[in-house]
Design a binder for this molecule. Structure first.
Ligand SMILES: Nc1nc2c(ncn2[C@@H]2O[C@H](COP(=O)(O)OP(=O)(O)OP(=O)(O)O)[C@@H](O)[C@H]2O)c(=O)[nH]1
Length: 341
């Protein structure tokens, strides 16, 4: 989501750059033409065409944002070179180079922006040198070019710092959002998906015609209160993580298990009918028998009861869960450590 909105924002700003670039260069071109500066006017017309192209590339070619933004940036660089070389209109050309710093960092980011700015400064120094050597324009003494370059470096440094902090905070926010998203779907004790994320998965499976049959298993640990009472809550917690580990081991790649709440777990088995779900419950009973919990010198055998519901229609998922719950209840009432289907 954050990536999408970031991209949408970038697109908007690049389109805005294109429009501002187009309006400015068109206006300056008319002014230059009016003032009898034919070549400058022509250069500005070419620049304004480049801005129009970038605008349409950004607007209609969704994957060409990089191309559009690079076109804008290097159009501006070439224009700046020309303006410094010739002095632009009445020697004011170099004043435009300040727009380069923020645009460069916005388009290229902090690190690549520094490299670009470094080469841009070199090119500008060279343009000032050429201008005075070949007398394209008269900047008088060295004072004017040196002040322009120095103030440009200060503006660029501030723009770079701003971009650096902006990037840093944006990355931090993205990471935080991803972490929160993960925490909202994971049970912190067992690291299994929680009820919320499993409900989303179930809704997805229900709405998906590609999975016409699937099964769910509702599992409840037998006499868990006794484990807590006898060994303490801490051991109870360990028992739950121990179970989560065993359950995860027995799943094939499409199967899922979630901590449904308390000492209850829910399995979702896409493309598996009741018979296949029963096979899994047999495996689970066997795995629990052969892998008791060893903790603090104790060996604790844990058993579970399960109810299976096969899902073939598109009725509400809550009804399927109620069905599995009723069968789990039946398993508990028939003596526990068993499965009813
Ligand atoms: N240690 C620990 N205990 C929990 C947790 N969540 C629920 N419990 C305990 O699980 C126990 C569930 O007890 P009951 O609902 O009476 O069920 P039971 O003792 O398993 O009995 P049956 O379901 O009839 O087999 C309660 O004592 C809860 O406190 C947890 O995250 N950690």
């Amino acid at each position: 989501m954050s990536n999408y909105s970031d991209l949408a924002q970038r697109k908007l700003i690049i389109k805005l750059f294109s429009v501002i670039g187009f309006l400015t260069t068109s206006f300056m071109s008319v002014m230059a033409f009016w003032g009898g500066l034919g070549v400058l006017s022509l250069v500005l017309v070419i620049a304004s065409i480049c801005f129009v192209i970038s605008f349409f590339v950004t607007a209609f070619l969704h994957k060409r944002l990089l191309l559009a933004s690079t076109t804008i940036l290097y159009t501006i660089y070439i224009l700046m070179f020309y303006l410094v070389l010739t002095g632009g209109s009445h020697g004011t050309g170099p004043l435009w180079i300040y727009v380069v710093a923020p645009i460069t960092f916005f388009i290229r980011g902090f690190k690549k922006g520094i490299v670009d700015i470094f080469f841009f400064v070199l090119v500008m120094l060279y343009a000032f040198y050429l201008a005075s050597t070949f007398q394209f324009t008269d900047y008088g003494t060295l004072h004017f070019p040196s002040r322009i370059i120095l103030t440009f470096i200060i503006v660029a440094a501030l723009s770079g710092l701003y971009e650096h902090f902006r990037q840093h905070h944006s990355e931090k926010l993205t990471l935080l959002a991803q972490k929160n998203e993960l925490l909202a779907t994971i049970d912190p004790l067992t690291n299994l998906p929680n009820r919320r994320s499993m409900m989303a998965k179930l809704a997805e499976l229900k709405s998906n015609d590609i999975n016409p049959v699937f099964s769910i298993i509702l599992l409840d640990v037998d006499d868990f209160k006794k484990i807590n009472d006898q060994y303490g809550h801490f051991v109870g917690d360990h028992a739950l993580t121990h179970l989560a580990g065993i359950f995860t081991q027995q799943l094939t790649h499409n199967d899922l298990v979630a901590r449904w709440g308390g000492e209850e777990f829910l399995f979702v088995l896409p493309n598996k009918d009741k018979a296949k779900a029963l096979q899994l419950t047999d495996t689970l009973h066997g795995a629990l028998k052969s892998q008791p919990l060893h903790i603090d010198g104790y060996t604790i055998s844990i058993t579970v009861s399960m109810g299976i519901a096969e899902i073939t229609d598109s009725s509400a998922i809550e009804r399927d869960i109620q069905h599995a719950d009723a069968l789990l209840y039946q398993a508990k009432n028939s003596g526990k450590n068993r499965t009813c289907a």
